[in-house]
Design a protein around this ligand. Structure first.
Ligand code: KG4
Ligand code: ZN
Length: 347
């Protein structure tokens, strides 16, 4: 089954064609970063307008790369959580395409799509199959959630109590005058940083069950910056090192607590922050320590893309969970509440 995925929840307009939920035949991503950079973050009104400009060319290119709309069996679209004005561009395009061609439509929860990303891949590097039970860490610009996943159910063990990990990176970069989006910039500068110069606090270290907190870390960074006369580039690199280390070690402290509590077969990491080089290395080391598999998506599938949408859309299509023309978009999810979640794309 060939699924066309459409993603427009934030500042990427993306379309992709995925075969049988696993193999990516085309993956087109138009990033709006340059439109938002001068404002230091995503401006929702600009994002919606950019999606309107980009959606048709992006769809055309994705379909051209995989033999056209005739080859498509199902259309999958992200309908939340995200910026509603942005989501509605993708949702409207998907509905129009579905009505015009008669191909069925499925509505994909963006977080479900991120969780599926590690299990889809390119023909030259086929993806792993999921194994159960596993611990799954979803870390993006809007969410930081730790799950215990079995074949039957997914349980939220903990989540951030304030900022998401990606949001913390973006805000820290802004404080240091580094621009947007901050995660990749901090990650790159941290490679040149001195690991020993600064130490920043780790939120909820040794307490708070499986929850995360990054607001204290953000304040500590702000106070450190305020105490300095000037921020030379060497100091910025050292601060980036300390900040990245603190975020990553906080994330993995709780992941380790989960791995040592529940007997699991893998640690799976997904979402934009899963592109972080330090998190990737440390996740691998942690998995080796416990003799379990570490599953990380290729970096291009960590940040927003439509391949993960098509891939999860396949799961819905197999179960014939079709969406109808009244499909709407939604802004926020209920996923951060501790406890069991149904496996489907409810809010
Ligand atoms: O998953 P994503 O593309 O969008 C959301 O669903 O939120 O995640 C975007 C987030 C941004 O906050 C960005 O700064 C962060 O992922 N990010 C990174 C890296 N690359 C992207 N954070 C840390 N290190 C990176 N290399
Ligand atoms: Zn995302």
């Amino acid at each position: 089954m060939r699924v066309l995925g459409i993603e427009s929840s934030c500042d990427e307009t993306a379309a992709s064609v995925v075969l049988d939920g696993r193999i990516i035949e085309s993956n087109v991503i138009y990033s709006q970063v340059k439109e938002h950079r001068k404002y230091g973050g995503v401006v929702p009104e600009i994002a919606s307008r950019q999606h309107i400009k980009a959606i048709i060319p992006v769809l055309d290119e994705a379909l051209e790369n995989s033999g056209g709309i005739e080859n498509i069996d199902v259309i999958a679209v992200t309908n939340g959580p995200g910026l509603v004005g942005s989501l509605l561009v993708g949702v409207s395009a998907a509905k129009a395409l579905s009505l015009a061609t008669g191909k069925p439509l499925v509505a994909v929860n963006h977080l479900e799509a991120h969780l599926k990303a590690p299990f889809c891949g390119f023909p030259d590097n086929p993806p792993p199959e999921p194994d159960f039970p596993h611990i799954s860490l979803l870390v993006s610009g809007g969410h930081s959630i730790l799950f215990h996943v079995t074949e039957e159910k997914r349980t939220v063990l903990g989540a951030t109590r304030d900022d998401a990990a990606g949001e913390a990176f973006d805000k820290a970069a802004k404080m240091m005058g580094l621009g947007y989006p901050g995660g990749k910039i901090i990650d790159d500068l941290a490679q040149k940083g001195d690991p020993t110069r600064f130490r920043l606090p780790r939120g909820l270290k040794g307490r708070g069950e499986y929850d995360y907190s990054f607001s204290g870390l953000k304040t500590a960074l702000m106070n450190l910056i305020d105490s300095m006369e000037d921020l030379d580039s060497g100091t910025i690199n050292d601060l980036c090192y300390a900040f990245r280390e603190s975020v990553v070690l906080s994330l993995l402290e709780k992941a380790e607590k989960a791995i040592s509590t529940f007997p699991v077969k893998s640690l799976v990491v997904s979402g934009g922050v899963a592109a972080n080089s330090y998190l990737r290395t440390k996740s691998q080391k942690l998995s080796e320590k416990y003799g379990i598999r570490c599953v990380l998506p290729p970096k291009i599938l960590c940040t927003d893309n439509a391949a993960m949408v098509a891939s999860y859309g396949y799961n819905l299509a197999v179960k014939k969970q079709w969406a109808d023309p009244s499909l709407n978009a939604f802004a926020s999810s209920q996923w951060t509440k501790r406890g069991e979640l149904s496996g489907n794309s409810g809010r």
